[in-house]
Design a protein around this ligand. Structure first.
Ligand code: 6PG
Length: 252
């Protein structure tokens, strides 16, 4: 199924994305009583989380029926300025008064990253009641896009990108914090909905390479390998990030 590409005016991107995410959450809660949401890290989603936490929007969603997981985490302590959990806690969990029991944090601080990855996999399997080799189905996985085509902490040419069985692996970043914990493509592609969040003109080139591949290398980019088995693939772009796409896609 081709991706559902949605383009917003830059000033509307956060509100449009927040509304879409809340819709998905309400659907999941209606369907099976809870919303299994894997958050993305990096800088793009922070203003989305802050918008979701605002009182006006917060009333439109039963956040206390949401289980918050993470798509990836840097191997740092939760109070480290690079921690994805730390960013989500400050911008979303604390403002919404989320019970810590609802949050499944990747233990980036564990010196044994492989143990932390296996431990998180056990947590996901316990949460979902899904035993190996079955792959659990999350309701929504949020993803960002790096300018090298990485997503979550699945970087080009790394073992984590090609992990065939695990749900969670140890990623290696060529920049910044090297050691990461990351969901693998297996669990990402099993999700009901995968939502890429990409804004800004700096991402326009890599967005085009992923969505309008011109070469085999483009098709091999980690973000290009995100293709849900049965779920939906949605891209929420602002005009700047979409500015190099050649296909005409009307604004939402
Ligand atoms: C992370 C993210 C990573 C991020 C991209 C885009 O932990 O950094 O999971 O995949 O989404 O690098 O980051 P920005 O949103 O900061 O551009």
């Amino acid at each position: 199924m081709p991706p559902d590409i949605r383009i917003s005016l830059e000033a509307r991107w956060t509100d449009d994305t927040a509304a879409f995410l809340r819709d998905l959450g309400r659907q999941a809660i209606r369907l099976h009583g809870r919303f299994l949401l894997a958050l993305s890290g990096g800088s793009t989603p922070q203003r989305l989380y802050q918008t979701l936490a605002q009182p006006t929007g917060a009333q439109q969603m039963d956040w206390h029926r949401t289980v918050f997981l993470f798509g990836d985490e840097r191997c740092v302590a939760p109070d480290h300025h690079d921690s994805n959990y730390g960013m989500a806690r400050a911008s979303l969990f604390d403002p919404l008064g989320i019970d810590p029991e609802q949050v499944y944090r990747m233990e980036g601080e564990n010196p044994d990253a492989h143990f932390a990855a296996d431990d998180y996999e056990r947590s996901i399997r316990t949460l979902t009641g899904c035993t190996a080799p079955e792959i659990p189905q999350l309701d929504l996985v949020l993803l960002g896009l790096g300018d090298d085509g990485h997503t979550a902490s699945l970087f080009p040419g790394t073992a984590a990108l090609h992990e065939p069985h695990r749900l969670v692996a140890v990623g290696r970043s060529p920049k910044g914090i090297s050691s990461r914990l990351t969901l693998t493509l297996g669990v990402i592609n099993r999700a009901s909905v995968v939502l890429f969040l990409v804004t800004g003109s700096a991402k326009a080139r890599i967005v085009r390479r992923v969505l309008e591949p011109q070469a085999a290398a483009d098709r091999a980019l980690p973000a290009a390998l995100v293709s849900p088995d049965q779920g939906r693939l949605v891209w929420m772009l602002d005009q700047a990030a979409a500015s190099e796409l050649t296909s005409h896609i009307p604004l939402i």
